[in-house]
Design a binder for this molecule. Structure first.
Ligand SMILES: [Ca+2]
Length: 276
């Protein structure tokens, strides 16, 4: 199976010993300017500048592989976002494990409500500490973010970050490449195994799907506000973005929209945090 059949579906602001919200700092190591480190979990976040981008896909766009953008990605529309922070990497098995150890949150047990194709007895495929945490429901991802003092990104924040200032089919251009992302492969790779996008973010394309805060609505782009859209007020499924190691390249585009019931968990779905 190559597609997810899920439609139905900071800061080193320990100043004076107090953890505040994320603040800019220079993280000792390989972080770039403006990146911040969340003291709770060591998670690195990248600032995304305020401003406008084009969200969605235009009518008639066809990829070099012959795929056409889905109807729910249209109309392409301008969106303006305030400055925000978003994770440089997908949340890892090590980070999620610390959350579970501190909070006592249980791992999800089989069978997965998403179906047998989504099950994996391990917390992560491959189960390495630097691999993305998977088998996490939307509620699990939300709980992690709250524990860490962060939040899930909105769908618009996620797409702007994943585009990295580009309008192309993928952030690196219009042709899929196994040199650029983990897709249509045998399993997850450690986070950061491929090059970063122009915003310095890793694995927005592929590796694992990433939960977002929004409810899903097929028609939302027709009514989405210009400034800081947060999705419909209600729904039955929550957005996840970016495709996974199991998917064809059509599903790792920054514009692709997908969603699953929030209680579902899958070996294909993880998350990355955001902040303000
Ligand atoms: Ca990803």
């Amino acid at each position: 199976m190559k597609t997810v059949g899920l439609r139905a579906a900071l800061l080193l602001a320990m100043t004076a010993g107090m953890a505040a919200g994320p603040v800019s700092t220079t993280f000792a190591g390989n972080s770039g300017a403006g990146e911040v480190v969340n003291p709770k979990d060591g998670y690195v976040l990248v600032p995304i500048p305020a401003g406008e981008f084009r969200m969605g896909s235009p009518d008639g766009e066809v990829s070099p592989e012959g795929d056409e953008a889905s109807d729910d990605e249209k109309p392409r529309h301008k969106v303006c976002l305030d400055r925000y922070l978003i994770g440089k990497f997908e949340v890892t098995v090590a980070q999620y494990g610390r959350f579970r150890a501190e909070t006592g949150r249980k791992a999800n047990e089989q069978p997965s409500p998403a179906g047998p194709d989504h099950q994996n007895p391990q917390q992560s495929v491959g189960n390495g500490p630097d691999r993305p945490a998977v088998n996490v429901s939307w509620y699990d991802a939300q709980a992690y973010c709250e524990w860490a003092g962060l939040r899930l990104p909105t769908e618009a924040e996620w797409e702007k970050a994943a585009r990295g200032g580009t309008d192309t089919w993928y952030w690196w251009g219009d042709k899929a490449s196994h040199d650029k992302a983990n897709y249509d492969s045998d399993g997850v790779t450690p986070v950061g195994s491929f090059a970063a996008n122009p915003y310095g973010l890793y694995d927005t394309a592929g590796n694992v799907w990433e939960w977002c805060s929004d409810w899903y609505s097929e028609k939302y782009y027709s009514v989405s506000p210009y400034r800081n859209p947060r999705g419909p007020a209600s729904g039955s499924t929550r957005i996840h973005r970016g495709g996974s190691w199991m998917n064809y390249p059509h599903y790792i585009r920054p514009a692709i929209r997908y969603s699953s019931a929030p209680e579902w968990w899958s070996k294909l779905i993880g998350f990355r945090c955001a902040g303000d």
